[in-house]
Design a binder for this molecule. Structure first.
Ligand SMILES: [Fe+2]
Length: 355
């Protein structure tokens, strides 16, 4: 697809996304959401912002208490997202259509700061592509884009996400070779080649930036050597139908072009999934949602300390018996069945382990 077909993506944007698998949209988040959602971050986690000895964990994933439609949150990013996906009619009208305050905080740790200057991304075990809720095939579009919403500045060495730009080829080859698909947890099966990759980039960003990653771009947490609270969220853009990797007219979306490019192919007439598609309750929601109750208690306590009552607290978890809550559940896949067996729900958050 020629870049001139796009109204919002520049030709540089298109080239960057096709060759590196990601794109930055600077300053795209509306300031009001950064201000209001960040206001009670420290209340929610129960750490003292000004006393690092209270920062017990190096890394935290939080649940979502508030959410708004993607286009309201970051309109300039939404315009580019629609073009990358090939039109808003390809985007799932319900699933992942809202974004929220499920913060991911990388605090770093004091001992890391002077002791170790660099970690080699190739040596790390945390490389993955996001998927905790569906059987993943080469043409799966459940996580079409992994989105990074940047809520604090992320300087160099400040724990910005690592991406492996030449790693997509190995991921798509793995998925091509496994038409039976992969069920969550994928356990980095499609990322074992990263140790021999060469093109890595670490996210450096300013508060308000939106970074769009192709859903099959391998990424990993990187060490925060600066020991400050780096805050992002990590929602996804979901399409309602699988990619078409065999379009007779060759009019592939940018998402599809990245996959074909990784395989060095113009079309894939021979490739078909060999098992049925399956969708599950998101596995990682287990440990995140378990935190919602205690966060809510802290939020209510903080409101009462200010002489306010519970109604002053903005959380979907205070509106459990409403249509709004039912819609929230559907948008996030919480209406789906938990996958059978011990892999169904992850109840403990993973920790960062550095090689
Ligand atoms: Fe991820």
């Amino acid at each position: 697809m020629a870049s001139s077909k796009f109204k919002y993506l520049t030709s540089e944007d298109v080239q960057h996304f096709l060759t590196k698998g990601w794109l930055r949209v600077p300053g795209a988040i509306k300031q009001e959401y950064i201000d209001t959602w960040m206001a009670d971050l420290w209340t929610r986690i129960g750490y003292d912002e000004h006393n690092k000895s209270t920062w017990d964990e190096e890394y935290l994933h939080l649940p979502r208490h508030r959410e708004v439609p993607v286009e309201d949150f970051a309109p300039d990013a939404w315009n580019k997202i629609v073009e990358i996906c090939g039109g808003d009619d390809r985007i799932d009208p319900v699933r992942e259509r809202y974004v929220g305050d499920a913060f991911i905080i990388n605090f770093g740790s004091g001992d890391k700061t002077p002791a170790r200057q660099e970690h080699d991304p190739r040596a790390q075990n945390g490389w993955h592509t996001d998927d905790d809720w569906y059987r993943m095939f080469l043409d799966s579009s459940g996580n079409a884009l992994t989105v990074i919403h940047v809520f604090t500045d992320i300087p160099a060495r400040g724990g910005g996400t690592w991406v492996c730009e030449d790693g997509i080829a190995g991921v798509v080859k793995y998925l091509y070779d496994h038409p039976e698909g992969l069920d969550p947890p994928i356990k980095a099966a499609n990322c074992e080649h990263i140790s021999s990759c060469k093109e890595f980039s670490t996210v450096v960003a300013e508060k308000g930036d939106v970074i769009l990653l192709h859903g099959l771009l391998p990424h990993a947490a990187s060490p925060n050597y600066l020991n400050y609270a780096r805050v992002i969220s990590n929602p996804h853009i979901s399409l309602h139908s699988p990619y078409n990797l065999n379009r007779p007219n060759g009019e592939y979306t940018l998402l599809e072009q990245v996959i074909l490019r990784g395989l060095g192919r113009d079309s894939l007439p021979e490739w078909k999934p060999t098992r049925e598609r399956k969708f599950y309750y998101p596995r990682n929601a287990g440990f995140k949602r378990a935190k919602a109750k205690i966060e809510l208690e802290r939020m209510v306590r903080a409101a009462k300390a200010k002489g306010l009552d519970e109604s002053a607290v903005d959380s979907i978890y205070l509106r459990r018996d409403t249509k709004a809550f039912e819609d929230f559940e559907k948008r996030n896949g919480f209406d789906k069945e938990v996958k059978d067996g011990e892999d169904g729900l992850l109840l403990e958050q993973h920790k960062l382990v550095w090689a």
